[in-house]
Design a protein around this ligand. Structure first.
Ligand code: ADP
Length: 372
């Protein structure tokens, strides 16, 4: 296994800049997930790491070695594609051992490696089948087996679960996570699915339009998103965003958030818990307040020094089983709350709810960046 460094890497196709000065330092044994909407440059970056595409400027290092000009076959990387890319006329066993055969690995060693990988992926009984006789999930396993058997320095996964149905995708996700925990492998994994990113990654790189928006642990990216884009891309339902104004509250350096009422609703004013100097500097200015749905609750939110009681009007309730997603009008603004499963409101009812300001995230209105 090995570390991987992406240093100031840019990519142009003709005049079009596809990736702009990307910097990501991946430790040995990390599971890094590249996530972002379609077209943001994830696959291009992965292809450059694999050596299937050239780097326009910047460096890629595997361990201590600069690999920009190294042939893909010399990089000691294994790649698992969305399409699996299995040989249809070969058995599972042959598919897994073909690469080793090409590299001149002796027969008994190949057989031993195939057996070990087949046991790890629980597909010993499938070895004599051809890909056409396998389900989607089983084919995905063979593709992973073929990568695993090489014991490469780095694994690259390009949307490996997108062709599977929802249930299988969740199962395979767990399989991949278990595999990473067992092997301690260095993995770079591309997906457009933010839930896959949150559940698998040790760190997430969120990309948009060829730029890295944030690099952090799932908790960092979720709780302290750098930008409004990250705040809305990660998490489902999305973070609630409400235009607000920050005001002085009392003489002791306190602050309050003022939300103007819309559609005839009364405005809302809440006193904030102590804030950083950077937030203090926004006193008297307009900004965007962000609150995750689980930071708006009813009986399910424990009251503390950072919670406040607010009144809101219920618009729609959607029981999901473990909780009830509820669309509320807060000072007339539409927000989603994650309420207790037994939440029982009728549409149009006004009631008291709890908001937790410890989870409040404030963004600059113009730059859309988080105010730290
Ligand atoms: P993602 O994997 O995030 O969906 P890609 O890396 O596939 O994004 O593509 C990033 C951008 O680069 C897209 O706008 C795509 O149209 C463009 N692109 C990809 N390959 C080429 C190419 N060979 N020539 C020109 N543009 C390309």
């Amino acid at each position: 296994m090995s570390s991987l460094q992406i240093l100031d890497v840019s990519k142009q196709y003709g005049q079009t800049e596809i990736l702009k000065k990307i910097n990501i330092d991946i430790d040995d044994g990390e599971f890094l997930v590249l996530v972002g909407p379609s077209g943001c440059g994830k696959s291009t970056l992965l292809s450059m790491i694999a050596g299937l595409d050239t780097v326009s400027s910047g460096d890629i290092r595997i361990g201590a070695q600069r690999v920009n000009d190294l042939h893909p076959s010399k990089r000691d990387i294994a790649m698992v594609f969305q399409s699996y890319a299995l040989y249809p006329n070969m058995s599972v066993e042959q598919n897994i051992s073909f690469g080793m055969e090409m590299r001149g690995v002796p027969k008994d060693e190949r057989a031993k490696a195939v057996k070990e990988v087949a046991r790890m992926l629980q597909m010993e009984s499938l070895l004599s089948r051809r890909p056409g006789q396998l389900s989607g999930g089983q084919r995905q396993r063979v593709a992973m087996g073929r990568a695993l058997v090489r014991k490469p320095k780095i694994f690259l996964f390009d949307e490996p679960l997108s062709n599977l149905d929802a249930k299988l995708r969740v199962d395979m996700r767990t399989e991949i996570k278990k595999l990473h925990q067992r092997l301690g492998a260095t993995i770079v994994y591309v997906t457009h699915d933010q839930i896959e990113a949150m559940t698998l990654a040790t760190r997430i790189a969120v990309m948009k339009g060829g730029e890295l928006q944030q690099l952090g642990t799932p908790a960092e990216v979720y709780n302290t998103p750098n930008t409004i884009f990250v705040a809305t891309f990660i998490g489902s339902p999305s973070m609630n965003l409400v235009p607000s104004r920050l005001e002085r509250d009392g003489d002791a350096g306190g602050l309050a958030l003022l939300v103007s009422g819309v559609d005839g609703a009364a405005p809302l004013r809440v006193a904030l818990p102590p804030q950083s100097a950077a937030v203090q500097a926004y006193a008297g200015r307009e900004l965007i307040a962000g609150l995750r749905p689980e930071a708006i609750g009813n009986g399910n939110l424990v009251k503390s020094a950072s919670t406040r009681e607010v009144r809101a009007v219920v618009e729609v309730t959607e029981p999901t089983g473990p909780d009830t997603l509820t669309l509320l009008r807060l000072a007339g603004h539409e927000v989603t709350a994650r309420l207790a499963a037994d939440a029982d409101y009728r549409a149009g009812q006004e009631a008291e709810f709890t908001i937790d300001l410890a989870k409040l995230v404030l963004f600059d209105r113009d730059s859309e960046r988080r105010i730290c």
